[in-house]
Ligand binder design. Structure first.
Ligand SMILES: Cc1cc2nc3c(=O)[nH]c(=O)nc-3n(C[C@H](O)[C@H](O)[C@H](O)COP(=O)(O)OP(=O)(O)OC[C@H]3O[C@@H](n4cnc5c(N)ncnc54)[C@H](O)[C@@H]3O)c2cc1C
Length: 391
């Protein structure tokens, strides 16, 4: 198959590049380009600007603000966004809960939640994992017991990314303890200001604060916040995960980190071993991008939400290259790569460092997560072995 971009697709990518350059705040793009981390405000501002231009959730149904784009155009849009140093829309909103509500939610839920979700007037968190239910998610123990017009929810969620900002959380809860594991699970939308819900931070090795534990102690949830049918939550969770076939390849992140390695490399790149690592990284990133384009080319013929095992290969390779790129950047920076900052401010005495260096070490630590979340790489290897290699 031909993976080169057509004239129309190139024109589309250029149009998007021009859009991000003209419409997104220059100060934010420059700051993030220097290695700053997107703040909550950066993400909300971005989503509101996208929403103002009808671009908040291109992959949603058209009646709820989606665009009639091809999968390749959606990919180009996401990639141009990363390359322009614009933060990606909050995945929990646009990639996860939005499509689930749009597909399985009631009309009342769609009207109540979808516009606010696209615009980030509601910041969603994902409440799937529990202390003893990560890879084996169907073992989750948080219960929701029906009591009149409400469910009473008890249990604990963990690794809740950016839960400190969450307004609402979409949770998998057990509604039938007697049923086979996967059959007794429901998908519930919970207001995070509900009495009995507590968020507690988990402190990370990179000095950042992005994950949390969420405790639910007799939290009362109106029954009309159940999505779809009771005990069908596992199918909705599989649909949610199956929608993101290529996003986890993180090709835009890898490419932008390669650009930074070249920009900051200087004389370090005269070292043949470091140069060989960079070349290998670039070749592998190009091969990954070709694979993403091949998957996208056939995705148009697949129904939405159907898991495609090749997405496991993209996630596996993408997370490995992300980690290789962050490691190479710290190695190339040498002692400057050891500098560490906990805020976006440049600390006194560090202003002689090359631009972008302060972000290198925290990102190196932070991207260790890439081989764990969205299904650990060991689990991806199992899926590849069973479904592609047929072991
Ligand atoms: C930074 C970060 C953010 C996250 N954000 C969220 C979030 O917002 N919401 C949410 O719900 N969850 C979130 N998660 C949770 C994530 O989905 C789980 O961490 C992941 O599924 C792994 O589960 P676990 O941590 O319980 O590890 P376990 O499942 O206990 O695995 C431990 C180790 O055993 C290996 N292993 C497990 N099963 C197998 C197997 N069958 N074959 C071979 N090896 C196996 C794993 O690969 C891993 O190395 C996040 C995780 C991280 C690290």
């Amino acid at each position: 198959m031909n993976t080169a971009l057509s004239k129309e697709d190139r024109a589309f990518a250029e149009e998007m590049r021009a859009f991000f350059a003209s419409e997104m705040p220059a100060e934010m793009r420059e700051r993030l380009g220097r290695g700053g981390h997107p703040s909550r405000d950066d993400i909300v501002t971005t989503m509101r600007i996208l929403d103002d231009h009808g671009l908040a959730a291109p992959h949603w149904p058209v009646e709820w603000g989606g665009k009639d784009w091809t999968p390749l155009q959606r990919h180009l849009f996401a990639e141009e966004m990363v390359m322009a140093n614009v933060p990606s829309p909050l995945a929990f909103n646009t990639a996860m809960v939005g499509p689930v509500i749009a597909t399985f939610g009631s009309q009342e839920q769609k009207e109540r939640f979808l516009p606010a979700t696209a615009r980030c007037d509601i910041w969603w968190s994902q409440g799937f994992s529990e202390p003893n239910a990560g890879s084996d998610l169907a073992s989750l123990k948080t219960t929701a017991v029906r009591d009149g017009d409400e469910y009473v929810v008890n249990g604990q969620k963990t690794w809740t990314t950016l839960g400190q900002f969450g307004d609402w959380i979409f949770c998998l809860v057990r509604t039938d303890s007697a049923a086979k594991k996967q059959r007794g699970i429901s998908f519930l939308l919970i207001d995070m200001t509900s009495p009995g819900l507590t968020v507690r931070p988990i402190h990370l090795i990179d000095g950042g604060y992005e994950v949390n534990e969420v405790f639910l102690d007799n939290v009362r949830v109106p029954a009309d916040q159940l999505v779809g049918e009771e005990n069908q939550g596992w199918s909705y969770a599989k649909f949610l995960l199956g929608n993101e076939r290529t996003a986890n390849a993180s090709i835009g992140l890898i490419k932008s980190r390669i650009l930074r390695i070249k920009r900051l490399g200087g004389t370090a790149l005269d070292d043949p071993l470091l140069r060989a690592r960079l070349t290998r990284l670039e070749v592998e990133a190009t091969a990954l991008e070709m694979s993403v384009l091949r998957v996208l080319a056939r995705e148009a013929s697949l129904p939405p939400g159907v898991p495609d095992p090749t997405s496991s290969m993209l996630k596996l390779k993408g997370s490995e290259l992300q980690q290789d790129a962050s490691e190479l950047l710290t190695d190339i920076l040498g002692p400057a790569g050891l500098a560490y900052r906990e805020t976006d401010e440049v600390p006194a005495g560090f202003d002689a460092l090359p631009e972008g260096a302060l972000d290198a070490m925290p990102t190196y630590f932070n991207w260790r997560k890439a081989s764990i979340y969205a299904g650990s790489n060991e689990v991806q290897r199992e899926i590849i072995a069973k479904t592609i290699l047929k072991f």
